[in-house]
Design a binder for this molecule. Sequence first.
Ligand code: ADP
Ligand code: MG
Length: 325
Amino acid sequence: MLAGGGEAALIRRYFQGLTACREGVVVGIGDDSALLESPAEGGLAVCCDTLVEGVHFPADIPAEALGHRVLAVNLSDIAAVGGEPLWAVLSLSLPQAEPEWLEGFAEGFKRLADRYNVALIGGDTTRGALSVTVTVIGCVAHGQGLRRAGAHPGDEIWVTGTLGDAALGLERWRQRAGLPLTGNAAVLAARLFRPEPRVAAGRALRGVATAAIDLSDGVAVDLSRLLEESGVGATLQLEALPRSAAFIAEGGELAALLHGGDDYELCFTTSPLSAQQVERLAEQAGTTLTRIGAVESTPGLRGVDGAGNTCALQADGYDHFAAGV
Ligand code: ADP
Ligand code: MG
């Protein structure tokens, strides 16, 4: 409940009919539950992510960026298993119902949802500290879902896009002292606020990747999770870690490439690919693919620099309960 009769009016005004209709939605927003018909050929993929003010995003993030981001991080989870996103549920906790903010938030959400043909089918709206939770339901044919487990010694390790941009973007956003960001700093901040979920890449990787994960906490820690689930280790070529022109121009460092969060790229393993296969995959994925290392039987994650020096890499990135629970 938000307040008096305002809650129903708010839902009607900002969220009912927000996204385009899509098949499978028998009843959407407005009843006690959405009623859905699941796609004929089977499996569903379900994920849920919460963004809390001050923890997952700075208090001064534009509302439209938050609307985009909370859906994007979920679409990234669906992408990581090779799924097709179908439907989304949105739970909003707001300190107040501010029309301008709600309009911006709904617009950011809608624009991304429409690009991926995702229907908003329900949610909840309450008064409280600013926090947004989205659940996305997607489909993936039985047995086709990509997993973190499945990487074998001898497999290649790949990432989509570039790394470290969002972490450096957050640094520049914090340093901006009230001035608008421009040039490379603005490019990096856009990567933080409006990540592009790699749905097409995940789709292209079905039947190709032996294992996959999306990069939310930094490649060192996320890849370590994949390796652990697969019961293997790896060595990364540190010089190969892909960096954007903006990242280089802004003096981004190795630590941001390895440990910076919020990239929402995919990291995956494959048996060795030919140049032709890579070219085709990149075309289907709609982004660059970079080989960053190799899977080995020795557990743990190592890095080798341009001079051939090898060092153990700490599997650290962002961890909400790092101090122990
Ligand atoms: P109930 O009290 O029965 O849970 P609500 O009043 O919370 O119902 O919600 C009414 C309808 O609006 C439901 O269909 C619900 O899924 C939808 N809804 C509520 N909040 C949101 C939101 N933030 N985004 C999308 N749909 C919402
Ligand atoms: Mg309710």
